[in-house]
Design a protein around this ligand. Structure first.
Ligand SMILES: [Zn+2]
Length: 362
């Protein structure tokens, strides 16, 4: 199986996607994007038709896109050198150096060599690339490790191949990017015991699941068996078993939460997500019941004010309804925005929470 088929998502990809969507040409040269359905790759800012997110994959260089079987777009000519902005050139060169397996780039020395102030270069790097230099290095390593893990299945091998100096460095910096510990990632959650239960509430059937570490899924719908099947599809290698007694406390908390009582966001969670998603979800868990934030405010709070759309997709992919209260995020114009489990449900949850808050603080 080719690794390019695997959906790889991280902060950098989310940022790059927002650049593509905005046809922002300022990052041109720092990456290219390939469109799976046409096998053509473009540079950001290309005026051609916008692809669908699921058809897009990102490459650091035109050479990588070519190696993956893409042809250069005739319109934006991504393979041609952009030579009119020396500052941008320096940043792109810095990216290329950081992508090397044994990357230990001395940014101060590099800046001096190009005649730039180091702080200025770092700031410009973050503006153009979307993440600071240190994060860029970490993401590149984590991606390499993930690719090797998928293809060889060896944790030790992938730590070495990805350029981590030691397994400790990998577990500190690489593992959190994967969302699971490396051994689990390799096997797809194999051997993990996941308990689930369900309850019927005014907003519908709620199916909730947890590992030994915390809540891993909360789904809302009308058909319990469909929701359970969804869980099975999401954790194909885990052993999923119904445990109503073991999860009775979780049921109590959720039953109260849908009436606007208590606070489900204090429950321990065990969610697989990217570093970006985790940052969004953590912010959501701090929004008190009865209050809302806008997508833009969440983006600001996680330190990526331009990533408003990426925040929206992190909300839309939230695996644990209510526990990660993504229903408390609304649009700046006051409209509800979207909700994975239906707008009527979102509106009901917000209403009961507001009512409850009014009761408590008349
Ligand atoms: Zn193009």
């Amino acid at each position: 199986m080719s690794t390019s088929k695997l959906r790889r998502v991280n902060d950098l990809d989310e940022y790059r996607w927002s650049v593509v969507q905005n046809r922002d040409a300022s990052a041109a040269g720092s990456f290219v994007y390939g469109v799976v359905s046409t096998r053509i790759y473009c540079r950001p800012g290309c005026a051609s038709r916008q692809p669908l997110r699921r058809n897009v994959e990102f490459f650091s260089t035109p050479a990588e896109a070519t190696a993956a079987g893409y042809r250069a777009c005739r319109r934006c000519r991504p393979e041609e050198h952009l030579a009119h902005d020396p500052g941008l050139e320096a940043i792109i060169e810095l990216c290329r150096r950081m992508e090397r397996i044994d990357a230990t780039v001395d940014i101060a020395a590099f800046a001096a060599q190009c005649g730039y102030n180091e702080r200025h270069l770092r700031r410009r790097f973050t503006e153009v690339v979307g993440v600071p230099p240190a994060t860029y290095v970490r993401i590149q390593r984590a991606e390499r490790a993930r690719d090797t893990l998928r293809s060889t299945g060896s944790v030790t091998q992938s730590i070495n191949d990805a350029g981590y100096g030691s397994s400790r460095a990998f577990y500190e910096h690489g593992a959190p990017q994967l969302g699971m510990t490396p051994r689990q990632y390799r096997t797809g959650g194999d051997g993990e015991r996941i308990a689930y239960t369900s309850l019927v509430t005014p907003i519908g059937v709620v199916v909730a699941a947890a590992t030994a570490r915390g809540v891993c899924a909360v789904r809302i719908g009308s058909d319990e068996s469909a929701l359970v099947h969804e869980l099975m599809a999401e954790f194909p290698s885990a052993s999923l078993c119904r445990d109503d007694d073991g999860l009775s406390q979780l049921v109590d908390v959720l039953a109260s939460a849908v009436r606007g009582e208590g606070d489900a966001s204090t429950l321990p969670i065990d969610l697989a997500g990217t570093a970006f998603q985790a940052r969004v979800w953590n912010v959501l868990r701090k929004v008190p019941s009865g209050e809302t934030l806008t997508y833009a405010e969440v983006a600001k709070r996680i330190g990526s004010p331009r990533a408003v759309r990426a925040v929206g997709s992190a909300c839309a992919t939230n695996p644990a309804a209510i526990v990660v209260p993504c229903h408390r995020v609304v649009r700046s114009d006051g409209a509800l925005g979207g909700y994975r489990w239906g707008l009527a449900t979102k509106s009901t949850l917000l209403e009961v929470e507001r009512d409850r808050r009014r009761d408590l603080n008349p």
